[in-house]
Design a protein around this ligand. Structure first.
Ligand code: MF3
Ligand code: CO
Ligand code: CO
Length: 280
């Protein structure tokens, strides 16, 4: 989502909010998030086998939309600020918010597929990387570092730590591998709303930002570039690309803060979060 406070919709549900406007959810709310998160993750598990050279991103999106409907769930993205698809599919140097289309995938293309579903009012938001055909060594390295940076961020999640600790863990890991963290987009609170406070930055300084507390629900979704971090949005008003046209990757989990760590709502039921492809 866009790294800009005033774009956040206020969460009008009753209950506890912190001074920073971050909702503290009840134990029962974790169940709702697990159902929504598991469906989003399962749909990504299923779409994996359709990713191959010659496939169109539009066909992948239609498959996803059908799966959301078949589950009796709703797509959170169809109708969101005028967006018309059940997924965002971001190929190669597209950083995020790629629009599914009739364009076909070529051998060696890497793509992020991002799905958000609503189940019983709860939002499950997750994305991961796929490859069409043969993965290059440099793309493999980018994807591995991006995935591992998300996990470093999740390891920093516990009550008493801050959002700056999460961003710092991701940034130092990525930059230690001579890659860059995108600053123009960030993670977000979610729950019974799609995008809520806080902005979850994927860079930062330890001990800064809001303090984490049990019951907070949010996404961590680092975007990592092989080249420079700068992005620009194309004339369609959605597609964000790297300015230097370098390859970009992203992984996203929706999580909840527990008494001693993080509960990941969007784990892959098939154990396919990473890697999502078969080799050989
Ligand atoms: N799922 C994206 C996120 O991680 C948001 C996509 S909004 C859309 O926050 F309208 F572009 F689909
Ligand atoms: Co998100
Ligand atoms: Co998403």
């Amino acid at each position: 989502m866009v790294n800009f406070w005033k774009k956040l919709v206020k969460d009008k549900h009753k209950g506890k909010l912190t001074r920073d406007g971050i909702r503290l959810h009840d134990p029962a709310d974790f169940d709702g998030m697990h159902k929504a998160g598991a469906l989003a993750a399962q749909i990504l598990d299923e779409v994996a086998d359709l990713v191959h050279p010659g496939q169109t991103t539009g066909a992948l999106d239609r498959f996803i939309e059908d799966k959301v409907n078949a589950a009796g769930a709703k797509s959170a993205t169809i109708g969101y600020k005028g967006y018309q698809h059940a997924s965002c599919i971001s190929v190669n140097h597209v950083v995020c918010h790629g629009i599914p289309s009739d364009k076909t995938l070529k051998d060696g293309d890497i793509l992020n597929i991002d799905v958000t579903v609503i189940v019983d009012g709860w939002y499950g938001d997750t994305s991961r990387m796929f490859v069409a055909g043969k993965l290059s060594r440099k793309a493999e390295r980018l994807i591995q570092v991006t995935h591992d940076s998300l996990m470093k961020g999740i390891e920093a999640v516990r009550p008493g730590n801050t959002f700056g600790d999460i961003g710092h863990a991701i940034q130092t890991y990525v930059e230690g591998h001579r890659m860059s963290v995108v600053r123009d987009f960030c993670g977000h609170g979610l729950g019974r709303v799609f995008h809520a406070p806080p902005n979850v930055l994927h860079y930062g300084r330890p001990g800064t930002g809001p303090v984490l507390d049990e019951g907070m629900f949010f996404t961590i979704e680092p975007m990592v570039n092989l080249g420079r971090p700068e992005t620009k949005v194309l004339a369609d008003d959605w597609t964000a690309v790297t300015r230097d046209k370098s390859l970009s990757a992203q992984f996203e989990h929706s999580i909840g803060v527990t008494a001693d760590g993080a509960d990941i709502f969007t784990l892959s039921p098939a154990g396919r979060f990473h890697p999502t492809w078969t080799t050989g």
